[in-house]
Design a protein around this ligand. Structure first.
Ligand SMILES: C[S@@+](CC[C@H](N)C(=O)[O-])C[C@H]1O[C@@H](n2cnc3c(N)ncnc32)[C@H](O)[C@@H]1O
Length: 345
C-alpha cells in the first residue's frame, strides 16, 4: 500500500514488486509467452542439467560430504529444481545426501512451485536462518537482478538520490534529493562513490549477500550467481521495466510490469572478499555452460530426435550460449569459503 508522499527508489520498487496486494510478484505469472520474460531454465532443460553437473563437481571437490543443502534463491516456476532433481536421480549416491530448499517471498509463485514440485521433498523458507546443517550451495539464477535498487547522481560535486513522488495511486514523478554519502559509505563499510558519477546498488542485495557469506564462512558451501550483469567498475543506470516482452517506463503499469536491473558483479566480488569469501569462478554464461559440457549434451540428446527436434535443441542451445544472446549478457560468479578449481580436473 502507498501511504507516503515520497519514497526512496528502492522502497518504491519494493512496493511495485512485492506489495501483497499490488506487487508484480503477487499478481502476475511472469514466465512464458504470456508473461514478461523467459529465464534460462525455461529456455532449455540443458541449462538445469549443467547446473546438476556443477552440483556434482562441487560435491566431489568438497570431499563428498554426507549433507549438501541446495538452496535455490527465488524459485520462479520451479522448473530448475524440477530438472535438477530429475538429473540427480541418475546419481543416487549424491542425491541421498542432498536437501533442497527454495528461498521465495512470492505467495503466488510459491503455490506454483509447490504444485510442480509436489513429489520432491523441499523446504520453502522466507529466512536464510532456517537452513540447517553444513555445506550450503546457494544457486541464484536471475535472482539478484530482481531486487530493488537505489540510485544516486553526482551534480556539481554534490550527490543527489533518486526518489519517487506519489502524485496519486497511478501517477508518479522522479525527484532528486541531496544526499549524505559519508553516512552511506559508513553503513556499507566501503566506499561506493569514489571515481563514479552515477551509483546504483541494491541494499537488499547487500543484506542477503551478508547473510549468505556468513553461512558459507561458518558452515562451508558456495554461492553461484548467474545473472544479467557486468564486471566493469563504472556504474550506470541499468534500471529496466518490461511489460508483455516490451520495454516500459518503470513508473507505468505498476504491478503489471517486471522491473529489474543489471547485476554489478564487480560490487558483489568486492563485497564477498570483504566477507572473507574466495572467487572460485568468474566468467560469462557461454564459458560456464560450455565448460560443463552443454554442447556435448546437446549432441547426445539430439541423436534420437527428428530433424525438427534437433533444430529445436540447437536453437535453444544457441540462445543460451551465443555471445550476442544470453551467452555474454549473462555473467557467472562462484563464491566459496576456500578457493576451488571448479571447472578444472
Ligand atoms: C526472475 S525470477 C527467477 C526464477 C528462477 N531462479 C529461474 O531461473 O527461472 C525471480 C525469482 O525470485 C523471487 N524473488 C524476487 N525477489 C525476492 C526476494 N526479495 N526474496 C525472495 N524471493 C524473491 C521471485 O518471486 C521469483 O521467484
Amino acid at each position: 500500500m502507498l501511504d507516503k508522499k515520497v519514497y526512496t527508489l528502492d522502497k518504491f520498487l519494493s512496493y511495485a514488486l512485492y506489495d501483497k496486494k499490488d506487487g508484480y510478484y503477487e499478481n502476475k505469472i511472469p514466465f512464458g509467452a504470456k508473461g514478461d520474460y523467459i529465464t534460462s531454465p525455461t529456455v532449455s532443460i540443458l541449462f538445469s542439467e549443467m547446473i546438476s553437473i556443477f552440483i556434482i563437481i562441487f560435491w566431489k571437490k568438497i570431499g563428498s560430504p554426507k549433507n549438501l543443502n541446495i538452496v535455490e534463491m527465488g524459485g520462479g516456476n520451479g522448473e530448475m529444481i524440477f530438472q535438477i532433481y530429475k538429473s540427480l536421480k541418475n546419481f543416487p549416491k549424491i542425491l541421498k545426501n542432498c536437501k533442497f530448499y527454495i528461498y521465495e517471498n512470492s505467495k503466488l509463485l510459491k503455490k506454483i512451485q509447490k504444485k510442480k514440485l509436489k513429489k520432491i521433498q523441499i523446504k520453502w523458507i522466507d529466512s536464510l536462518s532456517k537452513i540447517n546443517g553444513k555445506n550450503n550451495l546457494f544457486i541464484a539464477n536471475e535472482f539478484f537482478d530482481a531486487l530493488p535498487i537505489k540510485q544516486f547522481k553526482r551534480k556539481n560535486n554534490k550527490w543527489l538520490e533518486t526518489k519517487i513522488k506519489v502524485k496519486n495511486k497511478k501517477n508518479f514523478e522522479i525527484i532528486e534529493v541531496l544526499s549524505n554519502m559519508s553516512n552511506l559509505n559508513k553503513k556499507l563499510g566501503f566506499d561506493l562513490f569514489s571515481n563514479q558519477n552515477f551509483v546504483e546498488y541494491s541494499p537488499l542485495e547487500i543484506k542477503i549477500l551478508k547473510k549468505i557469506s556468513k553461512i558459507i564462512y561458518n558452515k562451508n558451501g558456495g554461492l553461484l550467481i548467474i545473472d544479467y550483469g557486468f564486471f566493469e567498475n563504472n556504474m550506470k543506470n541499468t534500471l529496466q521495466s518490461l511489460y508483455k516482452h516490451k520495454s516500459n517506463n518503470f513508473l507505468m503499469n505498476i504491478g503489471e510490469a517486471d522491473i529489474t536491473h543489471h547485476v554489478n558483479f564487480n560490487l558483489i566480488e568486492k563485497f564477498a572478499k570483504k566477507n572473507k569469501l574466495q572467487v572460485s569462478l568468474k566468467t560469462n554464461q557461454k564459458n560456464f555452460l560450455t565448460s560443463l559440457g552443454i554442447k556435448y549434451r546437446a549432441e547426445q540428446i539430439s541423436k534420437k530426435l527428428s530433424f525438427s527436434g534437433k533444430t529445436d535443441v540447437f536453437y535453444r542451445l544457441d540462445r543460451l550460449i551465443n555471445e550476442n544472446k544470453m551467452g555474454n549478457l549473462f555473467k557467472v560468479i562462484f563464491l566459496t569459503k576456500t578457493k576451488l578449481n571448479i571447472l578444472e580436473s
